[in-house]
Ligand binder design. Structure first.
Ligand SMILES: Cc1ncc(COP(=O)(O)O)c(C=O)c1O
Length: 471
């Protein structure tokens, strides 16, 4: 074990050169410091669910990287250029052109956020009874597929379910699994293949370009469509540039484009990669599908030239997309996540390896081997982290997996994780040190922790609103 404060912050000691953020801070937002007694009360009132805490009671907020981005001065200036016309806002045309250029699809439909896009694509592309194979489920994505009458089937490689497997592309599709699903269901019964880059629930793990090429070829052989969840594709592109032979000299923007060009359509929660606080889109190449989506967006989101967004939000998104594709930005973004992961790994704290793009995932099973999975170890770990120093994390285990829609029983995922999600351009390296030290303190107290039970559970996406108490 090494002292966390020397090797990483003084990188040259190892003969390496450190990265630093390609921006400086212009505006700051004060944070609230709380006492342990205040946090105990706040956590009780929140039913041991970090989603139900007030943000004023949180010191360092690593709940999510979704919509928590700090915007640049260019983006804030863009907000002043908002054209709030009901129809035909100039900001929509700017956004459309940027998406067409950066992601490469022909037709663009804006939505208020990712799940708005998931809703539209699921309603349009899935017939009841159809199957959607994908590289691990995501909560809202799978729910919209199920609400449309579809059934999600996981075809990710086995390594993705093992927190300690060092595979560089743990988001990859297992082609044999995908082939087997197509063979057993019949190609006509596959709505589309749902490909995510990077894979959130696997720990922010990337998919390789070689894998996407193979999936494309397999889909072509069977006449199956390939749709992409592009929410964190820029982060995925960084890992391709870093790890995949032949990509070291390609820019992030080129890699993003090459990957999108292998797919037929994409949906996006712009609240992640695109450095905004709200927004999303759907983009497709098929004109007929676009016609349907353009019609449906009017019913559920808003007119097809605003999709539930203000003109200023679309402008900030257009600028944010361009900023997100800059190589030095993405290197510092992933560098910060990796910095936190390396501090924890140096202390032999069990985390998902390799560290992913947007978060460090703690292996809650390894923290609390004495807590059975149906007493929610990852939920417990998030609660203990909050109690220790006011750091807010998120459960990504059995609570997030929800219940089987047929049997009503808990679904027991192999991964029982607590996610420390790093917002983009928000916290400093000193914040990461404080987080690591708090995780260490909780780890040192792990033997004393006891499990939780559910006292309230909503029907859909229970992790957002469920309440718990100590067993
Ligand atoms: C991979 C992925 N897809 C889709 C979504 C849904 O996006 P939103 O939260 O904007 O509705 C998320 C959000 O966390 C996500 O991580």
């Amino acid at each position: 074990m090494s002292d966390p404060h020397t090797p990483r912050t003084m990188g040259q000691q190892f003969g390496r050169r450190s990265w630093a953020e390609p921006w400086k801070i212009k505006v700051v937002e004060p944070l609230t410091m709380t006492t342990r007694a205040q946090r105990e009360q706040a956590l009780r009132e929140a039913g041991f669910n970090t989603f139900l805490l007030r943000s004023d009671d949180v010191y360092i907020d690593l709940l999510t990287d979704s919509g928590t981005n700090a915007m640049s001065d260019r983006q804030w200036a863009g907000m002043m250029l908002g054209d709030e016309a009901y129809a035909g806002s100039r900001n929509f045309y700017h956004l459309e052109a940027v998406i067409q250029q950066c992601y490469g699809y022909r037709y663009v439909v804006p939505t208020h956020q990712g799940r708005g896009a998931e809703h539209l694509i699921s309603r349009t592309a899935i017939r009841p009874g159809q199957v959607i194979p994908g590289n691990m489920y995501f909560t809202t994505t799978r729910l919209h597929q199920e609400l449309a009458g579809g059934r999600f089937v996981d075809v990710i490689i086995d390594a993705a379910h093992d927190p300690h497997d060092p595979h560089p592309f743990k988001g990859n599709v297992d082609l044999a699994k995908l082939e087997a699903v197509i063979a057993s269901e019949g190609a006509a019964n596959i709505a589309y293949v749902s490909l995510a880059g990077t894979v959130n629930m696997a720990g922010g793990q990337p998919v390789s370009m070689a894998c996407v090429k193979d999936v494309r070829a397999l889909c072509d052989r069977h006449g199956v469509k390939l749709y992409l969840d592009a929410t964190r594709l820029v982060e995925n592109a960084f890992f391709i540039q870093e790890r995949e032979p032949g990509y070291a000299d390609r820019s992030i923007a080129q890699i993003v484009r090459e990957l999108c060009d292998l797919t037929d359509a994409a949906w996006m929660s712009a609240k992640k990669d695109s450095l905004v606080n709200i927004g999303g889109w759907l983009a497709v190449n098929d004109e007929g599908l676009f016609e349907e989506l353009r019609n449906l967006v009017v019913v559920y989101e808003g007119l097809h030239t605003y999709g539930g967004l203000a003109g200023r939000d679309m402008e900030a998104m257009a600028i944010g997309i361009t900023e997100s594709m800059q190589d030095d930005y993405i290197r510092s973004r992933i560098g910060q996540v990796r910095y936190l992961g390396e501090l924890l790994a140096d202390w032999e704290i069990p985390i998902v390896r390799p560290t992913g793009g947007h978060a460090v995932f703690l292996d809650a099973r390894a923290f609390y081997p004495h807590v059975p999975q149906d007493q929610f170890p990852a939920q417990l770990l998030a609660a203990e982290l909050y109690l220790d120093a006011g750091i807010r994390a998120m459960e990504r285990g059995i609570v997030s997996a929800g219940r089987d829609p047929q049997t009503g029983e808990h679904q027991f995922p192999k991964l029982e994780l607590t996610r420390l999600t790093v917002p983009r351009r928000v916290y400093t390296q000193a914040h990461m040190d404080v987080v690591a030290e708090s995780v260490k303190a909780v780890f040192d107290q792990r033997a004393a922790a006891t499990g939780l039970r559910i006292v309230y559970e909503p029907k859909y996406l229970r992790f957002f609103q469920a309440r718990f108490e100590r067993v």
